[in-house]
Design a protein around this ligand. Structure first.
Ligand code: GTP
Ligand code: MG
Length: 200
């Protein structure tokens, strides 16, 4: 991984970095996108958080969401140097339907998407998975485990979310750097195998 998040040398890219990839971190409301990018970014992440008001409760379903007071109104942005040669630019994109215009812009030039999924709210992921597929972006599923959530097997998740056999499924805690990095690495490996396959 790159330099320590927040350190002065983390702000500038290492001269050896040859490849930059734009990756989307997506998922339904309150699944942990902002937390994930905050955990992974080696630069201070750009956030567009606003306080949620009672009026918004009509729009964003707060069922099963505890202690959340803010929501992302446009995007999250962060950067992670994954190896000496590869840097990822992470764009967190809200999953709610009213952000479709944001998706138009965000998907441009993106190589793939990490879709965060809450195993207790699987149905809420359908629309986001559909959108990612609509834009033709390859993706990996990262099951973001909240406290006390049931563990579901990969087969169960694959069937419930109607995933292809090749779509990677990983588990992470968006607050934890190691497991979140593993999720990104799984996505990047998947993208690399697809590229290698298309070249043969
Ligand atoms: N236990 C647990 N809590 C998490 C995890 N990821 C996020 N949270 C908490 O869940 C809440 C929502 O996280 P956010 O990162 O704001 O989610 P989001 O997807 O950016 O939300 P929106 O932008 O509003 O759609 C916060 O209170 C986080 O602290 C996780 O992996 N485990
Ligand atoms: Mg957010």
């Amino acid at each position: 991984m790159g330099s320590t998040p927040g350190s002065a040398d983390a702000v500038y890219l290492d001269g050896g970095v040859k490849t930059a990839a734009k990756i989307l971190v997506v998922g339904h409301f309150a699944v942990g996108k902002t937390t994930f990018i905050g955990t992974m970014s080696e630069i201070p992440p750009l956030r567009t958080e606003e306080r949620m008001t009672q009026a918004g409760a009509q729009v964003d379903d707060l069922m099963g969401v505890r202690g959340k007071t803010t929501t992302t109104v446009a995007m999250d942005f962060g950067r992670i140097t994954l190896s000496e040669k590869l840097v990822l630019y992470l764009f967190g994109t809200p999953g709610q339907e009213r952000f479709v215009q944001v998706w138009e812009d965000m998907t441009k030039g993106a190589l793939g998407a990490l879709i965060l999924v809450d195993p207790e709210r699987l149905k809420e992921s359908f629309a986001v998975i559909d959108l990612v597929e609509q834009y033709g972006l390859p993706y990996a599923i990262s099951v973001n485990h909240f406290d006390d959530t049931a563990i579901r097997s990969d087969d169960e998740l694959r069937e419930a979310l109607d995933l292809l056999p090749e779509t990677p499924i990983v588990t992470c805690d968006a607050r934890d750097q190691k497991s979140s990095a593993d999720a990104l690495i799984a996505l990047v490996r998947y993208l690399q195998t697809r590229t290698a396959r298309s070249m043969t």
